[in-house]
Design a protein around this ligand. Structure first.
Ligand code: SF4
Ligand code: SF4
Length: 359
């Protein structure tokens, strides 16, 4: 039964898709056997695509409602499924690995032996998966960089989707939790380069779930802006899904541990794929050639040119503005990147663009 239920889980996770969907390799089974008990795996495998109540799922499985509800509750607390209360009715939903279960494991920021073990098993699975799939071949970006609006040069075109403030104003509730990438690195005893951990932002239903189950805290709009400011000062990149109208999360990412940034950096021209639609312009009268921007630049797109002014390699530049926010003399302003495409309007348009890119 035990082996069989994890084989079934493999097929279910393949169908759910997303990043790191199920793959028939030993690392997959080591990981899921540590994360799901056989009973939890069985319930996961029975969960339909849409949200479901414990009562309906128990009926579908021919089992007792209270037994299934107890398993679903334990799973939601462990980040193995979503749980949401709508009009006083509790719904559960099976999740993908990414975005989903793999991130949920680390958002609570726990430091138990179980967490350490799972962090190592997930890392081993991701590495084995990447070796077999070559993420550098992805052809349409599922995520995008959002620049820092405050350092865009006057006169440039700034769409609402370019402004982080748009999303802060739009959503309620907003939750801030632990960065799962950096916390997983902490659990693996890796260096996080002094970057802050409590800067992972979620909106709407995702925020509610993160507060109720994943140890995130609900924040005011003012607190959310302070988190963004702190992230910019540290040199983190604002990043979200590659859609213009609605986003469910806003990550503040680094170059060492963020799964997405590390994937992008395997591409020959990462800046043409993962970009905000802006690029830095340098004022030679203000630049003192201090080199701060060169050190801060996440994709190492800057070098000091012959005139002692930084020169940008646009094949690598993300348009993140980490250089500009760190410049002590305000010698850098962000300007529009000519010809850069607008993001797809919504999730449906994004899925169509991804499908078309691999057709
Ligand atoms: S941080 Fe500013 S002053 Fe220093 S090298 Fe870069 S542009 Fe020049
Ligand atoms: S030069 Fe580097 S730090 Fe500046 S916008 Fe480009 S990627 Fe970001």
């Amino acid at each position: 039964m035990s082996q069989e239920v994890y084989q079934q889980l493999l097929e279910v996770m393949k169908k759910r898709g997303g990043r790191y969907a199920g793959m028939d390799i030993p690392e997959f089974f080591k990981m899921v056997e540590a994360m799901f008990t056989p009973q939890e795996a069985e319930v996961n495998n029975a969960m339909p695509r849409n949200p479901v109540t414990a009562k309906d799922l128990a009926g579908q499985m021919g089992r007792d409602e209270s037994e299934i509800e107890a398993i679903l509750e334990a799973m939601a607390d462990k980040g193995l499924c979503m749980a949401l209360t709508v009009d006083q009715t509790k719904f559960y939903q099976g999740a993908r690995f990414m975005p989903g279960i793999l991130e949920y494991q680390f958002m609570p920021g726990r430091m138990t032996e179980r967490d350490r073990k799972i962090a190592r098993l997930i890392h081993a699975y991701e590495r084995a998966y990447d070796q077999k799939t070559d993420p550098s071949k992805t052809t349409f970006p599922t995520t995008r960089v959002i620049t820092v609006d405050a350092v865009v040069k006057a006169g440039n075109q700034v769409h609402t989707y370019d402004q982080v403030q748009t999303f802060i104003d739009k959503y309620e509730p907003i939750a801030v939790g632990t960065c799962f990438c950096r916390h997983a690195a902490v659990l693996r005893d890796e260096d996080t380069h002094g970057m802050p951990n409590d800067v992972c932002m979620m909106f709407g239903n995702g925020a509610q779930f993160a507060v109720e189950r994943l140890g995130a805290r609900k924040v005011t709009k003012q607190e959310a802006l302070e988190v963004l400011k702190r992230s910019e000062e540290a040199g983190l990149i604002h990043m979200s899904q590659n859609t213009a109208e609605d986003i469910g999360f806003l990550c503040n990412c680094d170059r060492w541990h963020c799964t997405t940034v590390k994937d992008v950096l395997t591409k020959p021209k990462p800046g043409l794929f993962f970009n905000s639609g802006f690029e830095p312009a340098f004022d030679p009268d203000l630049c003192t050639a201090c080199g701060t921007c060169i050190d801060r630049c996440p994709p190492e797109a800057l070098t000091l040119g012959d005139q002692d002014i930084p020169v940008v390699n646009l094949d690598r530049c993300f348009g993140c503005a980490v250089c500009a926010t760190g410049c002590p003399t305000e010698a850098i302003a962000m300007v529009n990147k000519p010809g850069f495409p607008e993001p797809p309007k919504d999730g449906k348009a994004l899925r169509e663009a991804i499908k078309a890119s691999v057709a």
